[in-house]
Write a protein that binds this ligand. Structure first.
Ligand SMILES: Nc1ncnc2c1ncn2[C@@H]1O[C@H](COP(=O)(O)OP(=O)(O)OP(=O)(O)O)[C@@H](O)[C@H]1O
Ligand SMILES: [Mg+2]
Length: 395
């Protein structure tokens, strides 16, 4: 009966999720159930308890139901998240994003902390390393990627699919091969920003879904997603459509980010997305005389990183060039790579590409496993058709 009790946030049965700790039945027909909640203060506690109670009470011979709740240990929670993520991946609809693409959603608990600035500069820095980088502007209302990357023009299309706008990015290393940015934004589809404002909730989530299913992205090493502020519909849609996406959480250095930290941690929990790392943006400003001013405080990035249990990957200084580059459509990471903020963006790209989420090399072992699996499947087919026995392939 408990298989039918679904955790409303994780969309899986509480049994499958390992949340049922203990079930006991005494001689008088009194049933006791112990449920382990992801967090003690789980807002859905009442609903889960009510569901358990009504399911069990309906069974013949049951005279009463006693429910005890407890909170999961960090280890139990981690394994629940892994299970939920796996189930979500199995249920996820098909998208046009290649399986080898590493996906990073740039998110924050609140608006205006620099998500879009980090997305475009990081995308530019990664492309300058020779990667093919998709940029999905998931901020349907407040799209800013086209302006920040200086890209205009309608999205083209053929064969029933939309094609992203492409920009070649020269390598910053002499003789290095150029990279490519593939950009999709609501800004390429509507006449003006006012029109996008008329869109609402579900329609927004649907637009993001279309960007993932109806855009012919082609080859992509990375897909960076510029998220709208907050933790609403689009965030939840993304976790359903791309459960393998990881979060890059942006925060300002203000220590009062604690409240925001809780919101982001909560979003990661509800959407069971992994947090790949934290970026502190608008860190100390250094003037021309070398004096450093922590205008927005210090320590916020590290505090958030500790809170969500992910590494602090970069501290991007407050620098007028970041804002100017965004306004003129010429990202600082490309226009002034030697500036302090420019270097910080390149260091972030370097850490991601070499340490945190290296690109998936198709020439590496994955490709060999695919080849071996295909060989064995072919052998199996041949055997079924009366040919040679299976299992003669490499693997
Ligand atoms: N490191 C920085 N130095 C100077 N200005 C910055 C820096 N980072 C961002 N800005 C400026 O701060 C403003 C907000 O940044 P941005 O639009 O990237 O934030 P956002 O989190 O995407 O906002 P929203 O939540 O509205 O989408 C912009 O004007 C941007 O140019
Ligand atoms: Mg933004």
């Amino acid at each position: 009966m408990l298989e039918a009790v679904i955790d409303p946030e994780l969309h899986s049965s509480i049994v499958e999720l390992g949340m049922v700790r203990d079930v006991g039945v005494d001689e008088d027909g009194l049933v006791s159930v112990e449920i382990a909640l992801t967090i003690a203060s789980c807002p859905l506690r009442g609903q889960i308890e009510g569901d358990v109670e009504s399911r069990v009470r309906g069974l013949p011979g049951v005279t009463g139901v006693e429910i005890r709740t407890s909170a999961m240990t960090a280890q139990e929670r981690a394994s629940l998240m892994a299970r939920a993520r796996k189930q979500a991946a199995e249920r996820a609809p098909e998208t046009q994003i290649p399986l080898t693409t590493r996906i990073l959603a740039v998110a924050s608990g609140k608006g205006g902390v620099g998500k879009s600035s980090v997305t475009v500069n990081l995308a530019a820095a990664m492309a300058a390393r020779g990667h093919t980088v998709g940029v999905l502007d998931a901020d349907i209302w407040g799209f800013s990627v086209p302006r920040m990357l200086g890209v205009t023009g309608r999205l083209g299309g053929s064969d029933g699919k939309i094609h992203p706008n492409e920009v070649e990015v020269p390598s910053l290393r002499p003789g290095g091969s150029p990279g490519l940015l593939k950009i999709v934004s609501m800004g390429f589809l509507v006449e003006d920003e006012g029109m996008a404002l008329m869109w609402r909730g579900l329609v927004l989530a649907k637009a993001v879904e279309q960007f993932l299913t109806d855009v012919r992205w082609g080859d992509l090493d990375y897909l960076l997603i510029d998220m709208p502020p907050g933790t609403g519909d689009i965030q939840m849609a993304l976790s359903r459509l791309l459960p393998r996406a990881e979060l890059l959480v942006v925060t300002t250095p203000a220590l009062a980010a604690q409240k925001v930290a809780v919101r982001v941690a909560d979003m990661a929990r509800r959407s069971y997305l992994k947090v790949a790392g934290v970026v502190e943006n608008m860190s100390a400003f250094t003037c021309d005389h070398g004096q450093s001013y922590a205008l927005f405080g210090t320590g916020g990035g590290q505090a958030l990183a500790s809170e969500v249990g992910a590494p602090l990957l970069a501290e991007i200084p407050l620098e007028p060039g970041v804002a100017a580059g965004g306004d003129t459509g010429s990202p600082l990471a490309l226009a002034e790579p030697q500036s302090a903020a420019g270097q910080a963006f390149h260091l972030l790209a370097h850490r991601l590409a070499t340490e945190i989420m290296p690109p998936v090399e198709m020439a590496g072992c994955t490709a060999r496993i695919f080849a071996a699996a295909n060989a064995n499947l072919a052998a199996l087919d041949a055997a079924k058709a009366g040919g040679s026995p299976p299992g003669t392939g490499e693997a």
